[in-house]
Design a protein around this ligand. Structure first.
Ligand SMILES: [Zn+2]
Length: 80
């Protein structure tokens, strides 16, 4: 799993519509206020689910995936 994200760009007020219902709570800290951010590793754009420090989370993330759906799936697999 590639967990190295050179840049995580978090949009101010980025939408979390799907995440509230589909994302499992963080397995590390129990945070349910998770975000989905855009990533860029120098070659391609991706999506990452993260347990945002700014929202009281622990900073855990799903690893960069090619789509939001894959990021959610990866996160939920970790949370199980
Ligand atoms: Zn967490």
């Amino acid at each position: 799993m590639k967990d190295t994200l050179d840049i995580i760009r978090e949009h101010e007020g980025f939408p979390t519509t799907a995440s509230k219902d589909t994302l499992l709570p963080c397995p590390f800290c129990g945070n349910k206020n998770l975000g989905i951010a855009e990533t860029w590793n120098g070659n391609y754009h991706g999506k990452v689910v993260n347990c945002n420090y700014l929202d009281g989370g622990c900073g855990a993330n799903s690893g960069s995936r090619t789509s939001e759906a894959e990021a959610i799936e990866a996160w939920n697999r970790r949370a199980e």
